[in-house]
Design a protein around this ligand. Structure first.
Ligand code: SIN
Length: 391
């Protein structure tokens, strides 16, 4: 571009009408974006400084982690210097209120952390928090359909948006894996929160030569789970959030079974009051079952047999979402190949647990925008250039 500076300037004048001096000026300016990565000025009398300013945000959080999904956002927001309005899920408002009260006791000034609880007015409040001009950034964790709705609302004022939406995580066990470790990983990953996390395994693919071994070891462990009241120390797994969640789990099991899957463990709701469902393992789940394409968000492990790595990658990536993916293998070449090939924001290799405050938490495709946790601070800041002239 620099070599053809005069010609490019003339093209700009011919197509745009600005003066040749301006055209050439633009040509040089244009080339500078390719040449200059940082902020030095081409003009000796100017110094450029970039400052970062907090934006002021709304935080909309789900019921599955009533506390951690708030602090994942609020920690970065406060560190950036933002005030925040938190809208917890209507199902789980109390952790938000407790956090706000502890912040007040710790001396956080009034108005910095605000909580708006909702019941029937959830849509109206959500709309306000995404459209009001005072709010400069929206941070949301929840389902992909709701994320799309809120993204649309926030676009009315072009707010900054970060989204952590739904997943449909593949969990892959290759024939060279340590099967015992893979079973442990599947339990941690699939049944955490009774299967109600966005990063839970949803489709468990097992290579045919280790399939029977994995299925039997997993079944043995899952059959020993104790579902019950979360306050009871003997309980290993609590209830689902509500009846709608039970309905979805039942629909996915019925659909898979009607297409030829077998129930190895569980498959029924637990008798008695409350939305308890027995942890379930389905074997030989066919690829056209709903559980392959929809996030179950419940305690159902769907086992699917596969033959080759290539086939596996294609199956794992055959989804519109891409939050987390997991696989077990002891072949270092395969570990790199598969980790690079999975279309997700976060990969666990030889582990079923990836979530920590320090990781860049977030997804690709329809699983989200931006990253959260300690890597999320930039999401709550605007960059401002201050050009100092006359030097
Ligand atoms: C989520 O389910 O949205 C978050 C899960 C996690 O933090 O591990």
């Amino acid at each position: 571009m620099q070599e053809h500076h005069d010609d490019l300037g003339k093209i700009i004048t011919l197509e745009n009408g600005k003066t040749l001096a301006e055209g050439k000026g633009e040509s040089a300016y244009s080339a500078s974006f390719i040449e200059v990565k940082h902020i030095p000025s081409p003009f000796p009398s100017i110094r450029n400084v970039v400052i970062k300013q907090p934006v002021g945000c709304s935080i909309l959080t789900p019921w599955n982690f009533p506390s951690a999904m708030i602090t994942r956002k609020l920690g970065a927001a406060l560190a950036a210097g933002c005030t925040a309005i938190i809208k917890p899920s209507p199902e789980t408002p109390f952790s938000a209120l407790a956090i706000a009260e502890l912040a007040r006791r710790a001396g956080v000034p009034d108005g910095v952390i605000n909580v708006v609880t909702t019941q029937k007015n959830v849509e109206a409040v959500g709309r306000e928090l995404c459209q009001n001009k005072i709010v400069k950034k929206v941070s949301f964790t929840g389902s992909t359909p709701v994320a799309k709705l809120l993204y649309g609302l926030a676009s009315s004022t072009l707010k900054k948006v970060s989204i952590e939406a739904g997943g449909n995580a593949p969990f892959i066990v290759f024939d060279d894996a340590d099967v015992e470790k893979a079973v442990e990983g599947a339990i941690a990953c699939k049944f955490r929160g009774s299967g109600q996390t966005c990063v839970c395994a949803n489709r468990i693919y097992v290579q045919s030569s280790v399939y029977a071994d994995f299925a039997s070891k997993l079944s043995e462990k899952v059959a020993a789970f104790r579902v019950g009241n979360g306050l009871d120390e003997a309980t290993t797994h609590g209830p689902l959030i509500h009846e709608k969640a039970i309905d979805k789990v039942k629909r996915h099991i019925d659909d898979a079974v009607s297409r030829g899957a077998q129930v190895l463990v569980g498959g029924q709701r637990v008798r008695g009051a409350g939305s308890f469902f027995s942890p379930t393992i389905l074997s030989d789940v066919p690829l056209d079952a709903a559980i392959n394409t929809e996030e179950t968000f419940g305690p159902v492990a769907a086992l699917i047999k596969f033959e080759t790595e290539e086939e596996m990658i294609a199956l794992a990536n055959d989804t519109d979402v891409g939050l987390a993916g997991y696989f077990f293998s002891r072949d270092v070449g395969r570990v790199w190949r598969v980790a690079e090939a999975l279309e997700v924001g976060m990969v666990g290799t030889n582990t079923g647990l990836i979530s920590h405050a320090t990781i860049p938490f977030g997804g690709v495709k329809e699983s989200g925008l931006g990253r959260e946790g300690s890597h999320g601070i930039e999401e709550y800041l605007n960059q401002k250039l201050i050009a100092f002239g006359g030097i």
